[in-house]
Design a protein around this ligand. Structure first.
Ligand SMILES: [Zn+2]
Ligand SMILES: [Zn+2]
Length: 140
């Protein structure tokens, strides 16, 4: 199966084949600021799944809570973040689930940074929930 994720204006696009290795909802404050939403939903694919990346992008890099640099690629025209590198997994690419604009996209199986989850946001059914990242304590 091939899927294409687009920025808001459509000039930046990434096409992938196959299924994501995992889908993760993140409640961290950085994701809240980056997306303008109160959580992010993130698909992680093997880089071998990338069919094409087209269009111009700019980069924004920030430190993670564990000190490594995360590089986000966003559209210079409309500002949507489309994809990013995963410092601890060079073979993996992160893609914003919303950019696929597909309500049938696989549901998250993991929730992270529950420590800053808005109280009214309910974790996806059956998802493993962590207070920060999966190296630390679980939320429940
Ligand atoms: Zn755009
Ligand atoms: Zn986050």
């Amino acid at each position: 199966m091939e899927r294409t994720a687009l920025c808001c204006c459509g000039q930046l696009r990434i096409k992938v084949s196959g299924e994501p290795m995992r889908v993760v909802t993140c409640h961290c404050l950085q994701c809240q600021r980056r997306t303008g939403s109160v959580f992010s939903d993130n698909a992680y694919f093997d880089r071998k799944s990338i069919v094409a990346i087209e269009g111009k992008s700019h980069e924004f890099a920030r430190r993670t809570d564990r000190g490594s640099l995360l590089h986000f690629r966003f559209c210079p025209e409309c500002g949507s973040t489309l994809h990013w590198d995963v410092p601890s997994e060079p073979e993996t690419i992160g893609i914003a689930v919303g950019a696929f604009a597909d309500p049938g996209f696989p549901a998250p199986t993991r929730s992270v940074f529950g420590v800053t989850r808005h109280e009214w946001v309910i974790n996806p059914k059956g998802a493993e929930a962590f207070l920060a990242n999966p190296a630390g304590p679980r939320e429940d």
